[in-house]
Design a protein around this ligand. Structure first.
Ligand code: AHR
Length: 503
């Protein structure tokens, strides 16, 4: 057997807290994410609580979804919040101009916050910046948060909600460089400043007594566009609490080629290329963080990767605009590689929202009528639960490089953290489809005796779960870890995600 690869876990050099929001979700009025996926309506034969699917709530509660972003995406900039309040029977049906089909508005403000409360998540509302006005935003914010006797608070109460909703984050602009208005960064920054001025955040100058205390997130760059980051921070940095970044894993890193790669039934050679594109997140973050560090050396402004994940050709026989795709072991690796990268940059990356929660892109859950499947990506998130709000521990280990069509990337990545309960957790994402590795990680002063955990792998590269059929892939007990002379020795199988706890 090849010699173990030696490394260290620096237990005496704790880094930042890994915000639980890094494991955030995104739910857009797109395809079957909201309708069918989350909302079936109170009269549905599918078990529900006030119209929200119970199986979906149970599954999302189990991965302790820390925050959900809603209602878009591109949809946010065509959304009129007033369409989604009041008696459902009287709400207007509109065209969903972005993603096709009709928007019944059955799932609106009250239903979203009910859903978030059911799953126990913080809320991240994306306001309409491109086709609405600061006045519209202000009204929605007052409707949501006002404790007073103003007309908007009264209207909310008349619609069945006495207490203000808990609004934690608000996105101002979405992809302002693209579907959110095709703006230049300078133009966006000016618009952003205007909206931020009327955001009336509690605690800001002149607004010490406002009821709205959400953090403001400015629409940030796409991929590696550091010019956007620089210009927007320069002109509007002081008015924001965070700035977003969107990075999707697509074929050859070219969004125009997104329909080239299939989610399942792909040639073996596609494995490395997709995982290479996922691993590029590291360089993209580094480039943006370098710009942020210059503009904001105190690291006040968070970097929220509020859209990320794989984007493949849509499944045959489904509406192309609905972005429905299957999800395999390869996606589980994309998720684990990406979470490990976020951990390594957690002093800046304080939120991330995988796209999207149900039935869209790299989803956690897939539904088919009353049937539900948990995807391999869901299981990565389930295994990474101990990292929520844990303290990062730097890991030093060098992996061999794997070759893809567009470049090379590390065969495996490792991340470690100390959870609030004092336990140390280690995650390994082994992207190598052909080789396993033995790691021997020095634990320094940490005296551990027992290693237990889970492994997610499968014989087939495209192992996936189909609603209504027995699971083809799910985590299993991991027995390949032991402590040998103060070192954590892990036998990591090929193409696997392993997460262990040390006791
Ligand atoms: O997640 C799907 C879409 O991708 C979002 O609506 C948009 O913001 C991005 O282009």
């Amino acid at each position: 057997a090849p010699a173990p690869i030696a490394g260290t876990i620096a237990v005496d050099q704790p880094g930042p807290v890994l915000s639980r929001h890094i494991q955030g979700q995104f739910a857009e009025h797109l395809g079957r994410d909201i309708y069918d996926g989350i909302w079936v309506g109170p009269d549905s034969p599918i078990p529900n609580t006030r119209g929200v699917r119970r199986d979906v709530v149970d599954a999302l509660r189990a991965i302790r979804v820390p925050v959900v972003r809603w209602p878009g995406g591109c949809f946010a900039d065509i959304y009129n919040w007033r369409d989604g309040i009041g008696p459902r029977a009287q709400r207007p049906t509109r065209k969903n101009d972005w993603w096709g089909g009709l928007e019944t508005n059955a799932f609106g403000t009250h239903e979203f916050f009910d859903f978030a409360e059911q799953i126990g998540a913080d809320t991240y509302v994306a306001i309409n910046m491109a086709t609405a006005t600061p006045a519209v935003m202000r009204d929605w914010m007052n409707y949501l948060t006002s404790r007073g006797d103003d007309a908007l608070a009264q209207e909310r109460r008349a619609n069945g909600r006495a207490a203000p909703f808990k609004v934690d984050f608000v996105g101002i602009g979405n992809e302002a460089w693209g579907c959110g208005g095709a703006m230049t960064p300078e133009y966006f920054a000016n618009e952003y400043r205007k909206f931020a001025t009327f955001f009336h955040k509690n605690g800001s100058t002149f607004h010490m007594h406002n009821d709205n205390s959400a953090l403001r997130v400015a629409s940030g760059p796409n991929n590696g566009d550091t010019a956007w980051m620089e210009a927007v921070l320069k002109a509007a940095g002081p008015q924001m609490d965070a700035i977003s970044l969107h990075y999707y894993t697509v074929w050859h890193g070219d969004w125009e080629q997104r329909n080239t790669a299939m989610a399942t039934g792909f040639p073996d050679a596609h494995w490395n290329e997709i995982l290479f594109q996922a691993a590029r997140m590291e360089d993209i973050l580094k480039a943006h963080i370098a710009v942020m560090d210059k503009a904001d050396p105190k690291k006040r402004i968070g970097l929220y990767v509020d859209e990320w994940g794989t984007w493949y050709a849509t499944e045959k026989g489904t509406e192309p605009g609905h972005l429905y795709q299957q999800n395999t072991l390869r996606d589980a690796l994309v998720a684990a590689i990406t979470l490990n990268i976020f951990h390594a940059h957690a002093d800046r990356v304080r939120m991330a929202n995988i796209a999207q929660a149900v039935n869209v892109l790299q989803a956690m859950l897939l539904t088919d009528g009353a049937k539900l499947a948990k995807t391999p990506t869901y299981y990565t998130f389930a295994m990474y639960l101990p990292f929520q709000d844990a303290t990062f521990l730097p890991v030093q280990v060098s992996a061999p490089m794997l070759k893809a069509e567009s470049g090379s990337f590390p065969a495996f990545s490792v991340s470690a953290a100390k959870a609030k309960d004092g336990r140390t957790h280690v995650a390994v994402a082994n992207a190598d489809k052909d080789h396993g590795y033995t790691l021997a990680l020095d634990l320094g002063a940490l005296k551990a005796r027992k290693v237990s955990g889970q492994v997610l792998t499968a014989a087939k590269l495209d192992a996936h779960n189909v609603p209504g059929t027995p699971e083809a892939i799910a985590p299993a007990a991991y027995t390949g870890g032991r402590i040998v002379k103060g070192k954590l020795v892990l036998n990591i199988p090929a193409k696997a995600v392993v997460v262990v706890a040390l006791d």
